[in-house]
Ligand binder design. Sequence first.
Ligand code: HEM
Ligand SMILES: *[C@@H]1O[C@H](CO)[C@@H](O)[C@H](O)[C@H]1NC(C)=O
Ligand SMILES: *[C@@H]1O[C@H](CO)[C@@H](O)[C@H](O)[C@H]1NC(C)=O
Length: 328
Amino acid sequence: MQKMASPSSLSKAVLTLACVVLLIGGTSAQLSISYYAESCPKLFPTVKSIVQEAIAEEARMGASLLRLFFHDCFVNGCDRSNLLDDTPTFTGEKNAIPNKNSLRGFDVVDKIKSAMEEVCPGIVSCADLLAIISRDSVEILGGPGWDVKLGRRDATTTSQAAANNNLAPPTDNLNALISNFQNHGLCLKDLVAQYGAHTVGQARCINFRARIYNESNIDSSFAHVMQSNCPSVTGNGDNNTDGLDYQSATSFDNTYFLNLMKKRGLLHSDQQLFNGAGYTDSLVRTYAKSQDTFFKDFAAAMINMGDMKPLTGSNGEIRKNCRRVNNY
Ligand code: HEM
Ligand SMILES: *[C@@H]1O[C@H](CO)[C@@H](O)[C@H](O)[C@H]1NC(C)=O
Ligand SMILES: *[C@@H]1O[C@H](CO)[C@@H](O)[C@H](O)[C@H]1NC(C)=O
């Protein structure tokens, strides 16, 4: 048994919360893994082959596609609202602070959607495609698989403010990160397991500059290496990227947690999960010790996230093009 570091009063309160999605206004009961079994039997192989191709071309793309799903689900539920392009009369989520110059993979989603419109036109929603794409990405990068529940429909509108309000910034402290996940009906275990997604992918210097120059809970040799690619003065090299999981950013494994234990978290918010302040420390230790436990909890957390407020029944639509609503 691991000893729990004295949890703050907030994380103590969270500890008592069961790991269940609250489903505020949601109808995830209507989702099912066999939703398209008859209407589109070619769905899974079609998606997977294009995801495979994209990752073979650029390993980072798997991470980018996984992040797209998270940024969709945390803003009004998993309804593909973050794929909508801005138009002269509509401002969507793409240029919200956490997304601008950062979200990527839209072209791959377009390619998959076009392929779907060939094999079963008008059947599969963009929301469901992203749920499958993110599962395939994780598996191809070496992570766990899971059965994806399907039957979501696509949103016909969204707002930039919702994206800014629902996606936590990398400057957040642990209590703010916990509140953010709680507000989305997710529990502490979901937070730590899901944050393990940072085992793959890249962050821009602008998001970790303050940490590598000014924080004390950081391994100094690690900080030094990161500084070589991220100049201290704002405006210089802001777009330079480094791996979120030091030396292992293209394989989905548990080294992210081992790195946190060595104070090698790249973002301020990453290192918050292991800063001696609460229950998350022991979860980080658990996942660092057992990749199997991390994989099991990660898969469960992804399913919980995919259940958030889906549009079903006659709500929303099946978009023909993921970048715009059908009647634009
Ligand atoms: C609420 C806590 C989280 C914060 C504050 C956060 C923040 C960030 C930031 C700042 C970046 C780098 C963006 C850039 O510099 O352009 C990033 C990248 C990434 N995030 Fe998170 N994140 C969080 C949770 C998650 C979750 C839950 C997932 C997935 C389930 C996720 C998946 C990713 C991935 C895969 C990347 C790399 C994307 C790429 O290389 O294109 N993040 N995150
Ligand atoms: C580090 O902190 C100092 C003092 O607050 C500040 O002036 C400086 O801009 C910070 N540097 C970075 C890279 O954040
Ligand atoms: C970073 O890249 C974006 C576009 O990708 C560009 O608009 C911006 O000017 C770049 N910033 C810097 C400091 O180079």
